[in-house]
Design a protein around this ligand. Structure first.
Ligand code: 5GP
Ligand code: MG
Length: 184
């Protein structure tokens, strides 16, 4: 594993984002909605840097990979989200890769008639985007590598790492958590 961003760099990035949000909403109440599961670490750190009247909620987005579809169909579960009608909403995700996830979640949330909706991602991969939408707030641009840590997983492992790391080619096949189940 190659470390890309240290714990200190991530903290500074999150603080920078919190300042931008503070300036932008200027004391107005805000509803922050994190996209599960990747945004949990960011969400926890970001909200504690914000000095605004704040509501916090989550929405789940996961891809369902059918046998025939190349890109999985996105399943969005908003049951855990607070009412966002007529509210200023900031949607928070870990990483902006092709951009499809964020675009689809934003579209789904617009149906609930928020007063405004903007988006924030901690990482944006360079040269990968397939959508016109750009997030309103971006923490870091990172190279096109498969990254883990600070909320991001590989096969459900590594989310808890306090830094961001890129997996090497030879680390992408073995299941990182297999040992926990024991042999057989
Ligand atoms: P998009 O729809 O923008 O292509 O993909 C966004 C989602 O794909 C992210 O929320 C994340 O779950 C996953 N993803 C994209 N790139 C990476 C990566 O490098 N590492 C990990 N762990 N997940 C990624
Ligand atoms: Mg995700």
């Amino acid at each position: 594993m190659k470390r890309l961003l240290t714990e200190d760099q991530l903290r500074e990035g999150v603080q920078r984002l919190a300042h931008e949000i503070g300036d932008s909403y200027a004391g107005r109440p805000l509803t922050i909605v994190g996209i599960l599961t990747g945004s949990v670490v960011l969400l926890a750190d970001l909200i504690r840097e914000l000095n605004l009247p704040l509501r916090v909620g989550v929405v789940q987005a996961r891809s369902y990979h059918g046998a025939t579809t190349e890109r999985g169909e996105l399943i969005i579960n908003s049951d855990l989200m607070p009412d966002i009608k007529d509210r200023d909403v900031l949607l928070v995700d870990d990483i902006f890769d092709t951009g499809h996830t964020l675009v689809e979640v934003v579209a789904k949330m617009r149906e609930l008639q928020p007063r405004s909706i903007r988006s924030l991602v901690l990482f944006r991969k360079e040269g990968r985007q397939q959508v016109k939408h750009d997030p309103d707030f971006v923490g870091f641009s990172i190279p096109d590598k498969f990254v883990v840590g600070y909320g991001l997983d590989y096969e459900d492992a590594y989310r808890h790492l306090p830094y961001l790391a890129a997996l090497e080619e030879n680390e992408i096949n073995d299941h990182p958590l297999d040992g926990e189940r024991g042999a057989g």
